[in-house]
Structures are given as structure tokens and as C-alpha cells.
Write a protein of this length. Structure first.
Length: 304
């Protein structure tokens, strides 16, 4: 029994007239008769009763019709899903992100935009340590990463910047510098214990500008964990400036840094040669996005 036998049988059962069913199927009536006979031989059951008054279904035919309709409907659903998956209209996308991508709203805006366009694609987003994201992408553990640049990427991966940002200092509110009215000079932070956030670039740039080697304390993990430790007086942190507008934690004060802004940015990272049509659609959306810039008042040119 082949799939076309089911289609032929359903047409004949619904029409109860072989000539009309053959016309509906766009085949010759004798061909339909042969196909039905083949199906009956395969099932070892009569499906139709033919009499002078017309054609009717046998009890076996009635039972088989219900199952044949279900089978054809399932086949059509499967074919539709396969076709839509091939076009990237259905599927699943695994996203890995770092905290500042969510705090900046970049992650949410991209996911919502894609869901509005392709509601049948499931998107799962999970926070990961930033250093783990490139390997997860290469190994297929995730499909797209939202990370903070700069970061070293293997040749198999590419990136697209979505947000330009700068660094600022996060201090315990009781810190002697927390009440300073002017931006913090790098050398004023010499001797502090630095807690490393997801991107350590800002910390080491402060050390370079202030001509000191930063004393590194803990690397608590997420940005919220870093800020919690700052609030407890464990140390200071050089963090993305976007946090100052969206995060309020008792015991933490955000201060601008003097001198030329230390740039960073949130970017989407993805495989250069993507095989999933759904993921490729998301990547196309990302590439089509113009990067936003968070602008802060200029803090002066002092670099000391």
C-alpha cells in the first residue's frame, strides 16, 4: 500500500461514484478501479460494494476511511512543517547571553522582533559566562550569542555590534570617592581591589592609564553578583555604563571615569556558515540592525 492509494480511496469513498472520483483526481476511471482493487488485495478486505443502485462502503471500508483521513491529514501536516522548517518559519533557536545584553534591552528587542515576525519558532535564552560563549557556538550548544566586545573569536564565528557603550566605575556608597563631584581619575583607584565583571577590558585599561597593576579580587560571575559584592564593600568594579540607568542596588554608586571614554559594546555572535534556516533568518535580522549608541557627557581629557 502506498500513499496515493489512500488518496484514491478517500476520493472514491467521498464521491461514491468512481467516474466522479476519477475526474476529481484527474485520472482515468479504469485506473482508479485498478488502484482500489490493488488496495483491497493488500488489505485482504473488500472496501466497496457495487450494485445497480450505486456504490457504497462496506463496514471495513467505513473503518478504513476514518484511519485513511487521519493518515493523510498527518502526512500533510508533516509536509507543511518540513516545508516551513526549510524556509525557517518553524524550528528552535538557542540563545546564550551575558547580563549586560539584557540590562541594555538589546536581547529583548531582538527576540521580540523575531517572535513578532516568526511566532512558530521557539526561542530559548540562557545566561552564560562570556568566556564560554565561543565554544558553545562552535560546538552547537547555542545558535546565537549576545556578548560584550572586544573578545577573541575563532575564524568560524562572526559578530555584529548592536550597542556602543563605555565603562564606568561601581563603588560602595560608603567609599571615599563615591561622593566626588567630578569624574574619577584612573590613578585615584590605585590600591583598590577590583571585582571582575563579564568584560575585564575596562579594569585593565584603568590600570594602564593609572600606571598600576590592578589587584584582582573575586570574579563573582554575573553582573548582579559583581554589584552585590560591591555593595558589601568587597571591592570596586569597572562595569558597562548602561547599568547606571537600569540597575539600582542599595550600597552601590556609579561614577563616570575621567579621560577618553573606554569603549565597549554588545554584539551578536554567530556561526559564519549556518545550516539552520530559522537561525539564518535571525542572523539576517541581526545583520540588518543598526547599532545604538549610549551617549554620556564628556568626562574631560585627563588620563591620570
Amino acid at each position: 500500500m502506498e500513499f496515493h492509494h489512500l488518496r484514491y480511496f478517500i476520493a472514491a469513498a467521498e464521491e461514491l461514484h468512481f467516474a466522479r472520483a476519477a475526474e476529481r483526481l484527474d485520472i482515468a476511471a479504469p485506473t482508479l478501479t485498478v488502484q482500489i482493487q490493488e488496495l483491497e488485495r493488500d488489505l485482504h478486505a473488500r472496501l466497496f460494494v457495487r450494485s445497480r443502485s450505486g456504490v457504497s462502503l462496506t463496514p471495513a471500508g467505513e473503518a478504513f476511511l476514518e484511519e485513511a483521513r487521519l493518515t493523510v491529514a498527518q502526512f500533510e501536516r508533516a509536509r507543511s512543517v518540513g516545508q516551513r522548517a526549510g524556509r525557517g518559519e518553524v524550528g528552535r533557536i538557542e540563545i546564550g547571553y551575558i547580563g549586560s545584553a539584557a540590562f541594555a534591552g538589546v536581547l529583548q528587542s531582538q527576540v521580540q522582533r523575531f517572535r513578532d515576525a516568526w511566532p512558530d519558532v521557539a526561542i530559548v535564552a540562557t545566561e552564560h559566562p562570556m568566556e564560554a560563549l565561543p565554544d558553545l557556538l562552535e560546538e552547537g550548544g547555542i545558535d546565537i550569542a549576545f556578548a560584550r566586545l572586544p573578545m577573541s573569536l575563532p575564524s568560524s564565528l562572526s559578530s555584529h555590534v548592536l550597542l556602543h557603550d563605555v565603562f564606568c566605575a561601581a563603588l560602595p556608597s560608603a567609599h571615599v570617592l563615591a561622593g566626588a563631584s567630578s569624574p574619577l581619575r584612573a590613578k585615584a583607584l590605585a590600591g583598590e581591589t577590583f571585582l571582575l565583571p563579564e568584560q575585564a577590558l575596562g579594569t585593565y585599561e584603568i590600570g594602564r592609564r593609572g600606571r598600576f597593576t590592578p589587584r584582582i579580587g573575586d570574579a563573582p560571575g554575573s553582573l548582579l553578583a559583581v554589584l552585590a559584592q560591591v555593595s558589601l564593600g568587597t571591592g570596586v568594579a569597572i562595569v558597562p555604563s548602561v547599568l547606571k540607568d537600569v540597575v539600582s542596588i542599595p550600597g552601590v554608586r556609579f561614577k563616570p571615569l575621567a579621560g577618553k571614554p573606554i569603549p565597549s559594546g554588545v554584539a551578536a555572535v554567530f556561526r559564519r556558515h549556518e545550516r539552520s534556516a530559522a537561525v539564518a533568518r535571525f542572523v539576517a535580522q541581526l545583520r540588518d540592525t543598526v547599532a545604538l549608541s549610549i551617549v554620556y557627557p564628556h568626562s574631560g581629557r585627563s588620563r591620570g
